[in-house]
Design a protein around this ligand. Structure first.
Ligand SMILES: C[S@@+](CC[C@H](N)C(=O)[O-])C[C@H]1O[C@@H](n2cnc3c(N)ncnc32)[C@H](O)[C@@H]1O
Length: 358
């Protein structure tokens, strides 16, 4: 399976990642009844696992377990009370499972079928075509949290950092940073209208709307970043941008190709289109010694490093690269040195950071 196919499915088998039973993304009942004789949860899981396997659906058992657990009001099959494993299901539960399973047969990702998914302990609403947060992005968030905690300079003058997230999608990164950094504030931007709406909805569901500004913005448009200066220089920029190499797009799993917005994935010929826009514009909004954290493809550390060398005017330095849980170099920490450019809000000189060769 292609790289991104593996990434999508690697986290279905993770323990207890998704949340409660609100947000049933489900509108029509199938007219036919479920197969006769399959009356309890364990039998239903076995039945749909076999159907999914026969039809070549990836993560067959995990998919059927999540669906059955969801209908019975639990996050995971393992967390169901044991009595529910063998208790007969009602006819509406059987029909509901059948409806959701038929969506899986059409290769809809489980996260969209359930209408919600957990990220960093937060239950987020999911809706196609907004990008489904991946487990490795939790590692990006953890790195940012570590750096903010260990380097007081990153925490900003107000006790918590002002963070810009480029490409917020469902709001997973911004909202988890807000929830774990109670003094922080976030400006979350995205080009997609559906992403902006979903981040807004998730912020409200999690009662985090007071510390986040959600701005529709295309970072590739000249002058688009000027409006961000209203809120002052940023302590941090974080982004999981579209970074797939264009020629790799065809190899993506059907779940991704058919349901997720290609604009959330396709980073152009070398996956660098949005990355270079972020880096070129960052000095306008980032405070001196501010940091940029990016999730990228394993080929990008070298490409980004060379690109930054070709743009000394930006005063940005790649200071660290981190590997993901599969051992691939996937996260970049880039730091700004030198005074703020073109930013009237913060022209104060300050100490220069020491660059560490990565
Ligand atoms: C890989 S997704 C990441 C979503 C979310 N941060 C996460 O990790 O789950 C990339 C996001 O960037 C947004 N995006 C793509 N091009 C953009 C642009 N030119 N300006 C702003 N956002 C953009 C997409 O709409 C998408 O929501």
């Amino acid at each position: 399976m292609a790289l991104w196919g593996r990434m999508l499915w690697s986290f279905l088998s993770g323990p207890g990642r998704r949340g409660g039973t609100q947000g049933r993304a489900f509108s029509s009942w199938l007219p036919h009844r479920p197969p006769a004789g399959l009356l309890n949860a364990t039998e239903l899981v076995s039945h749909w696992t076999a159907v999914f396997e026969k039809r070549g659906i990836p993560e067959a058992r995990e998919s059927s377990e999540y669906i059955v657990a969801h209908v019975l009001g639990a996050k995971t099959f393992q967390s169901l009370k044991p009595v529910l494993w063998t208790q007969p299901l009602t006819s509406w539960q059987l029909q509901y499972i059948q409806e959701l399973s038929s969506r899986r047969l059409r290769r809809m990702p489980v996260q969209y079928i359930l209408g919600e998914w957990d990220f960093q302990g937060l239950t987020l609403k999911m809706a196609p075509p907004v990008f489904i947060p991946r487990p490795e992005t939790e590692e990006l968030v953890e790195w940012v949290l570590e750096e903010v905690t260990q380097r007081p300079g990153l925490a900003g003058a107000k006790g918590g950092p002002l963070i810009l997230e480029v490409g917020c999608g469902s709001g997973a990164v911004s909202l988890s940073l807000l929830s774990q950094l109670p003094q922080s504030q976030v400006i979350a931007v995205d080009k997609g209208e559906a992403a902006i709406c979903l981040t807004r909805e998730n912020a409200q569901r999690l009662q985090l709307q007071d510390r986040i500004r959600i701005v529709p913005l295309d970072v590739t448009l000249e002058g688009s970043w000027a409006q961000l200066l209203l809120w002052g220089p940023m302590d941090l920029i974080v982004s999981n941008p579209p970074y797939i190499f264009h020629q790799d797009m065809e190899q993506l799993a059907p779940e991704i190709r058919s349901f997720e917005d290609p604009l959330a994935l396709d980073g152009g010929e070398e996956g660098m289109d949005i990355i270079t826009h972020i880096l070129a514009l960052a000095p306008q909004v980032l405070k001196h010694s501010g940091s940029i954290f990016l999730e990228v493809d394993p080929r990008h550390p070298e490409l980004v490093s060379s690109w930054l060398e070709s743009r000394p005017d930006l005063s940005l330095h790649l200071v660290a690269v981190r590997k993901d849980f599969c051992g691939r170099p996937r996260f970049l920490h880039i730091q700004r040195s030198g005074p703020q450019r073109d930013c009237p809000v913060d022209a104060r000189p300050g100490p220069q950071p020491t660059s560490v060769p990565y």
